[in-house]
Design a protein around this ligand. Structure first.
Ligand code: F0G
Length: 450
């Protein structure tokens, strides 16, 4: 299935262009919407010429035993389904993907749902799901001869971009909202050598500005408006399907920020379905923070037909986004699969994050919206006890250690945010205690903590 012929199809008007013809901002010249990568060769194959699902599944699994960098990548071992390069020798990889799928027995028991799993994308090389998209789009940047790449970011995209650019020998430019990203992420961009500009605007403002900049200079835009990012980010869908022996779970729940990730997972499952590798698609639900919920509002107001940007506020800074670029694509993923879109409060996010921590996993705040959202869906009675649910944890817990420490010290949330949840929060807090340096004093702290 080496149809190394892809094209870009406009999500809005359906116009088709060659990959190299895309404008620097990846917007359609005719209608301004975003593009999606399409592989016309797949549809043209009939009968015996169709890919053999059994052979592909065997090959993908077999590659995990290979010592080749390309095979060791959890993105590129599926390269038959992302033939976006002229030459796979241009791949820039940090052996991303192949992330663990953890069972959450305590959470499952507490909710009365049989099977809850976490697909931990925070276990990627730079600590977030962005690596799977970055390996794909950075490889395209290298193949097309760019010397500079750039992104606007709430932190994780910039960390991933800076690392992959450094590996590729390219220079990178990062635009971030001043004071609104977690230190761990900022430190990564610095360490990997990016030129980092902190701007007195929000993420949406950074992305708007960058869109103007790339029209004036030969800089390759690596935000998720770049359709090649989503090609890499669709591969966790393949890993999830593979982990369930190609019988997909009932429900996959993802956080929603700029809405590239939910779009990509939707595309991944759809392609597996169209190619006959899976028999059905899982529901895909998108969860936003209450203060950064433009898609939730869009569903309430117009069933996802129109979207009004909002001014975004949430301590889950990764998803502090008011004008998500890929909202139409995410809407399709939710509607095609019968999923839901809802929002959760700051206290619900903090509690869910602590509960995931107590399962020994941990994640950054934006990832915890998935569990908070599942609890809400369960309370509404729309998730049946016998279902299998996968939460996509998008970032590593060490990305935002300040948030975690503030929670456990009791300084994260305001009193009015925790009304009705005080007991729950108290039961989860594990602040460090100052103790005298004697065995008796240390042992005394264990009393009452069976
Ligand atoms: N979770 C984390 C940890 C993120 O960093 C992001 C987005 C999301 C969820 C939301 O994903 O945007 O595809 O809907 N972070 C971007 C960044 C915007 O710049 O790092 P999305």
């Amino acid at each position: 299935m080496n149809d190394n012929l892809h094209q870009l199809r406009c999500f809005g008007c359906g116009a088709r262009i060659d990959g190299a013809e895309a404008q620097p901002d990846f917007r359609c010249a005719l209608c301004g919407d975003l593009f999606e990568v399409e592989y016309p060769g797949w549809g043209q194959r009939r009968g015996n010429d169709r890919p053999n699902p059994g052979a592909l599944k065997w090959l993908w699994r077999e590659r995990r035993c290979s010592s080749e960098a390309l095979d060791q990548s959890g993105v590129w071992r599926f390269r038959e389904l992302l033939p976006i390069l002229q030459n796979f020798g241009n791949v820039v990889t940090l052996r991303e993907g192949n992330t663990p799928l953890y069972h959450l027995p305590r959470t499952a028991k507490a909710l009365g749902i049989d099977q809850i799993f976490a697909k931990h994308q925070g276990m990627n090389p730079t600590g977030s799901f962005k690596d799977t998209g970055m390996t794909a789009a950075m490889s395209v940047a290298l193949e097309r001869g760019f010397q500079w790449v750039a992104c606007a970011s709430t932190g994780n995209t910039s960390a991933a971009m800076a690392a992959y650019a450094a590996r590729a020998g390219l220079r990178s430019l990062v635009l971030i909202p001043e004071g609104k990203i977690a230190w761990g992420k900022l430190s990564q961009a610095m360490d990997y050598g990016a030129v980092t500009c902190q701007l007195p605007v929000d993420f949406d403002g950074c992305l708007r500005l960058l869109t103007e900049i790339v029209k004036e200079a030969p800089i390759y835009l690596l935000n998720s408006v770049n359709p090649y990012r989503l090609e890499g980010q669709k591969t966790p869908a393949f890993e999830i399907a593979e982990a369930f022996d190609w019988n997909v779970p009932d429900h996959v729940i993802v956080p929603g920020g700029n809405l590239g990730n939910s779009s990509a997972l939707g595309k991944g499952f759809r392609e597996l379905h169209e190619l006959g590798l899976i028999a059905r698609m899982p529901r895909i639900s998108v969860i936003q923070a209450e203060g950064a919920n433009p898609l939730v509002r869009s569903f309430a107001a117009s069933q996802g037909a129109t979207l009004e940007p909002v001014e975004a506020h949430t301590r889950a800074t990764a998803i502090r986004i008011g004008n998500p670029a890929s909202w139409r694509k995410a809407t399709r993923a939710i509607q095609d699969t019968g999923g839901w879109c809802l929002d959760v409060t700051e206290a619900e996010i903090a509690v869910a994050k602590a509960e995931l921590g107590a399962e020994g996993l941990g994640c950054e705040p934006a990832s915890a919206v998935t569990l908070a959202g599942l609890k809400k869906l369960h309370a509404r009675g729309v998730v049946a006890p016998g279902e299998t649910v996968v939460l996509v944890l998008t970032g590593h817990t060490l990305k935002d250690a300040d948030y975690t420490i503030d929670f456990h010290r009791g300084t994260l949330l305001k009193e009015e945010e925790t009304v009705g949840m005080e007991a729950k929060i108290d039961s989860l807090r594990r602040n460090a205690v100052a103790v005298e340096a004697t065995p008796a004093a240390v042992l005394a702290t264990l009393k009452g903590r069976a």
